[in-house]
Design a protein around this ligand. Sequence first.
Ligand code: SAH
Ligand code: SF4
Length: 351
Amino acid sequence: MEKQNLYDLNFDELTQLLADLGEPSFRAQQLWGWLYQRYVPDVAAMANLPKTLREKLDTAVTLSAGHIASQQHSSDGQTQKVLFQLPDNQLIETVLMRYEKRRTLCISTQAGCAMGCVFCATGQMGFFRNLSVGEIVAQVLYFARQLAQTGDHVTNIVMMGMGEPLHNYQNTLTAVDRLTDKTGFNLGARKITISTVGLVPAIRRYADEQRQTPLAISLHAATDEERGKLIPVNRRWPIADLMDACRYYIEKTGRRLTFEWALIAHENDTLEQAQALGKLLHGLLCHVNLIPLNPTAGYGGVPSSRERVAAFQAELERYGVSSTVRVRRGIDIQAGCGQLRDRVISQNKAP
Ligand code: SAH
Ligand code: SF4
């Protein structure tokens, strides 16, 4: 029988589990603290629980993010990438990026992705399944545990690993609620960024829920012709619909939106695209992140040169649209989403 993942349970469910085992309710409090404040790796480490209870729990539950199928550190030591193998053998990636003060985790919300963006390693592999709340949360706790060993902690989370977070809406947002719970992990809601390819109904729902967690939109092109080539869902929700949803979000929440733009040489880094983007975003409460493309096996595009990036950014400035050029982190360890899994699979296939 597959073990129940303890991170799948909210506090009430945990209380119920313990009641079913004949335990008093204060045990739930203790267990919650071990999970979300002490980040213990297993039930055995929960020292103030009776041994008999620990043994009972041990046979029924797990706290694991999965078996570590592969792990890599970038040459500068600042980026660490882990490939977790889930009980049904699905492989998902989590990346830790160390900056001066920040410790940012890039986590996965699905095994694979159904959106099929042509430049994305995850999109190229197709969709396998949604991750459960526990599988999303466990990625964070794994790194929280590791960082705690040196007195350090997770400061930011970006949902920019494998999968489309808003295509797994309920589990993703429940995981956000779990990680921001003041009685538990207690990360600030503003420290978690959800990145979406632009699922219009889900963006509107997100706006209606008035959530504090920032949203990033993966735009990557400013005309339907260009965006449709890169991002198949643009045919379902073209740019005009997406921008309507974005304006709705800003009106409802008063929050600034981030737009992501992977710069692909002579594809979406032209002056025409910069001008179209400038017109589209002019006057909107937003910021653009420009990221040179991370090359992937299944797509022939190449990253824009430094000069082309600078020219693109300068053109945006003329429209009063602010942008930041992001450095690519962990490029030597294929830290772009989906890329480590690809490598491990092809190695396993090799004779
Ligand atoms: N599905 C969500 C979140 C995961 S992808 C989304 O698409 O937003 C996280 C970010 O990485 C997105 O902005 C995505 O467009 C970008 N991305 C994917 N493949 C990339 C690549 N090869 N180079 C640069 N950025 C890439
Ligand atoms: Fe999915 Fe995002 Fe990759 Fe597109 S970029 S295929 S939405 S993970």
